[in-house]
Design a protein around this ligand. Structure first.
Ligand code: GTP
Ligand code: MG
Length: 149
Protein backbone atom coordinates (compact mmCIF):
# COMPACT_ATOMS: atom_id res chain seq x y z
CA UNK A 1 0.00 0.00 0.00
CA UNK A 2 1.13 3.56 -0.72
CA UNK A 3 3.13 5.49 1.89
CA UNK A 4 4.22 9.08 2.23
CA UNK A 5 6.71 10.91 4.38
CA UNK A 6 5.31 14.03 6.05
CA UNK A 7 7.47 16.27 8.20
CA UNK A 8 6.56 19.25 10.37
CA UNK A 9 9.46 21.64 9.80
CA UNK A 10 11.18 23.53 12.66
CA UNK A 11 8.89 26.57 12.27
CA UNK A 12 5.82 24.37 12.73
CA UNK A 13 7.28 22.93 15.93
CA UNK A 14 8.41 26.33 17.27
CA UNK A 15 5.02 27.88 16.51
CA UNK A 16 3.15 25.18 18.42
CA UNK A 17 1.39 23.79 15.33
CA UNK A 18 2.30 20.13 15.85
CA UNK A 19 -1.10 19.00 17.14
CA UNK A 20 -3.00 21.05 14.56
CA UNK A 21 -1.00 19.60 11.66
CA UNK A 22 -1.09 15.98 12.85
CA UNK A 23 -4.86 16.35 13.40
CA UNK A 24 -5.50 17.25 9.79
CA UNK A 25 -3.96 13.98 8.56
CA UNK A 26 -5.53 11.97 11.37
CA UNK A 27 -9.01 13.33 10.67
CA UNK A 28 -8.65 12.79 6.94
CA UNK A 29 -8.48 9.04 7.53
CA UNK A 30 -4.98 7.90 6.68
CA UNK A 31 -3.07 5.49 8.88
CA UNK A 32 -0.13 6.74 10.91
CA UNK A 33 2.74 4.23 10.86
CA UNK A 34 5.63 6.33 12.17
CA UNK A 35 6.02 9.41 14.40
CA UNK A 36 8.95 11.06 16.18
CA UNK A 37 10.43 14.40 17.26
CA UNK A 38 13.93 14.61 15.85
CA UNK A 39 16.86 17.02 15.52
CA UNK A 40 17.96 16.55 11.92
CA UNK A 41 21.72 16.42 11.23
CA UNK A 42 23.04 18.48 8.27
CA UNK A 43 24.00 15.37 6.23
CA UNK A 44 20.46 13.98 6.43
CA UNK A 45 18.89 17.29 5.40
CA UNK A 46 21.27 17.45 2.42
CA UNK A 47 20.44 13.88 1.40
CA UNK A 48 16.69 14.48 1.77
CA UNK A 49 16.77 17.61 -0.42
CA UNK A 50 19.59 16.43 -2.74
CA UNK A 51 17.51 17.18 -5.89
CA UNK A 52 17.62 20.87 -4.91
CA UNK A 53 21.42 20.95 -4.37
CA UNK A 54 22.05 23.33 -7.27
CA UNK A 55 19.38 25.85 -6.22
CA UNK A 56 20.53 29.21 -4.87
CA UNK A 57 18.36 28.76 -1.76
CA UNK A 58 19.83 25.32 -0.91
CA UNK A 59 22.16 26.51 1.92
CA UNK A 60 19.28 28.49 3.49
CA UNK A 61 17.00 25.46 3.16
CA UNK A 62 19.47 23.20 4.98
CA UNK A 63 19.96 25.80 7.71
CA UNK A 64 16.16 26.08 8.09
CA UNK A 65 15.50 22.34 8.30
CA UNK A 66 18.31 21.80 10.84
CA UNK A 67 17.50 24.91 12.93
CA UNK A 68 15.41 22.98 15.49
CA UNK A 69 13.53 19.74 15.95
CA UNK A 70 11.20 18.44 13.26
CA UNK A 71 8.33 15.97 13.59
CA UNK A 72 8.78 12.99 11.26
CA UNK A 73 5.72 11.03 10.18
CA UNK A 74 4.93 8.10 7.92
CA UNK A 75 1.34 7.88 6.65
CA UNK A 76 -0.17 5.03 4.69
CA UNK A 77 -3.24 4.63 2.49
CA UNK A 78 -4.54 4.45 -1.06
CA UNK A 79 -3.64 7.72 -2.79
CA UNK A 80 -1.94 9.12 0.30
CA UNK A 81 0.94 10.81 -1.56
CA UNK A 82 -1.18 13.07 -3.76
CA UNK A 83 -3.79 13.59 -1.06
CA UNK A 84 -1.17 14.69 1.51
CA UNK A 85 0.22 17.19 -1.03
CA UNK A 86 -3.32 18.57 -1.44
CA UNK A 87 -3.81 18.88 2.32
CA UNK A 88 -0.43 20.65 2.53
CA UNK A 89 -1.04 23.08 -0.36
CA UNK A 90 1.26 24.92 -2.79
CA UNK A 91 4.95 25.44 -1.99
CA UNK A 92 4.44 29.21 -1.74
CA UNK A 93 1.95 29.70 1.12
CA UNK A 94 0.62 32.91 -0.47
CA UNK A 95 -0.51 30.80 -3.42
CA UNK A 96 -1.78 27.92 -1.29
CA UNK A 97 -5.57 27.60 -1.09
CA UNK A 98 -7.35 28.45 2.16
CA UNK A 99 -8.17 25.19 3.88
CA UNK A 100 -4.72 23.78 3.19
CA UNK A 101 -2.05 23.70 5.91
CA UNK A 102 0.22 26.21 4.15
CA UNK A 103 -2.78 28.27 2.99
CA UNK A 104 -4.06 28.60 6.54
CA UNK A 105 -0.87 28.69 8.59
CA UNK A 106 2.06 30.19 6.65
CA UNK A 107 3.12 33.19 4.55
CA UNK A 108 6.59 32.44 3.09
CA UNK A 109 8.08 29.65 0.95
CA UNK A 110 11.14 29.59 3.22
CA UNK A 111 8.88 29.02 6.27
CA UNK A 112 6.19 26.75 4.87
CA UNK A 113 5.80 24.57 8.01
CA UNK A 114 5.46 21.12 6.46
CA UNK A 115 6.91 18.71 3.92
CA UNK A 116 5.20 15.95 1.93
CA UNK A 117 6.77 13.45 -0.49
CA UNK A 118 6.09 14.27 -4.15
CA UNK A 119 5.78 10.69 -5.48
CA UNK A 120 5.22 7.16 -4.11
CA UNK A 121 8.89 6.38 -4.98
CA UNK A 122 10.07 9.36 -2.93
CA UNK A 123 7.65 8.36 -0.17
CA UNK A 124 9.47 5.02 0.11
CA UNK A 125 12.90 6.65 -0.21
CA UNK A 126 12.21 9.28 2.44
CA UNK A 127 10.62 6.91 4.98
CA UNK A 128 13.70 4.67 4.65
CA UNK A 129 15.92 7.74 5.09
CA UNK A 130 14.22 9.18 8.19
CA UNK A 131 13.09 6.05 10.06
CA UNK A 132 14.83 2.92 11.27
CA UNK A 133 12.98 -0.37 10.80
CA UNK A 134 11.91 -0.77 14.44
CA UNK A 135 10.46 2.75 14.55
CA UNK A 136 7.59 1.94 12.18
CA UNK A 137 4.43 0.29 13.42
CA UNK A 138 1.73 -1.60 11.53
CA UNK A 139 -1.63 -1.58 13.33
CA UNK A 140 -5.35 -1.66 12.67
CA UNK A 141 -7.24 1.48 13.73
CA UNK A 142 -10.47 0.76 15.62
CA UNK A 143 -12.21 2.97 13.05
CA UNK A 144 -11.05 0.81 10.11
CA UNK A 145 -14.49 -0.46 8.98
CA UNK A 146 -15.86 3.11 9.19
CA UNK A 147 -13.02 4.54 7.10
CA UNK A 148 -12.45 1.91 4.44
CA UNK A 149 -15.18 -0.22 2.80
P1 GTP B 1 8.62 20.05 0.31
O1 GTP B 1 7.36 19.31 0.64
O2 GTP B 1 9.30 20.66 1.52
O3 GTP B 1 9.55 19.21 -0.53
O4 GTP B 1 8.15 21.30 -0.55
P2 GTP B 1 7.62 21.30 -2.07
O5 GTP B 1 7.67 19.92 -2.64
O6 GTP B 1 6.32 22.02 -2.07
O7 GTP B 1 8.71 22.22 -2.76
P3 GTP B 1 10.17 21.81 -3.32
O8 GTP B 1 10.42 20.35 -3.14
O9 GTP B 1 10.31 22.40 -4.66
O10 GTP B 1 11.11 22.64 -2.32
C1 GTP B 1 11.47 22.10 -1.07
C2 GTP B 1 11.47 23.20 -0.04
O11 GTP B 1 12.51 24.11 -0.33
C3 GTP B 1 10.21 24.07 -0.01
O12 GTP B 1 9.16 23.51 0.73
C4 GTP B 1 10.74 25.32 0.66
O13 GTP B 1 10.85 25.14 2.08
C5 GTP B 1 12.14 25.41 0.08
N1 GTP B 1 12.14 26.28 -1.10
C6 GTP B 1 11.71 25.99 -2.36
N2 GTP B 1 11.85 27.04 -3.18
C7 GTP B 1 12.36 28.03 -2.41
C8 GTP B 1 12.72 29.40 -2.66
O14 GTP B 1 12.60 29.90 -3.77
N3 GTP B 1 13.21 30.10 -1.60
C9 GTP B 1 13.38 29.56 -0.36
N4 GTP B 1 13.86 30.32 0.64
N5 GTP B 1 13.04 28.29 -0.09
C10 GTP B 1 12.54 27.55 -1.09
MG1 MG C 1 9.38 18.68 -2.52
Amino acid sequence: VEETYVMIKPDGVQRGLVGEIISRFERKGFRLTGLKLFQCPTELAEEHYKDLQSKPFFPKLIKYITSGPVVCMAWEGVGVVASARKLIGSTNPLQAEPGTIRGDLAVQTGRNVVHGSDSPENGQREIALWFKEGELCQWTPAQAPWLWE
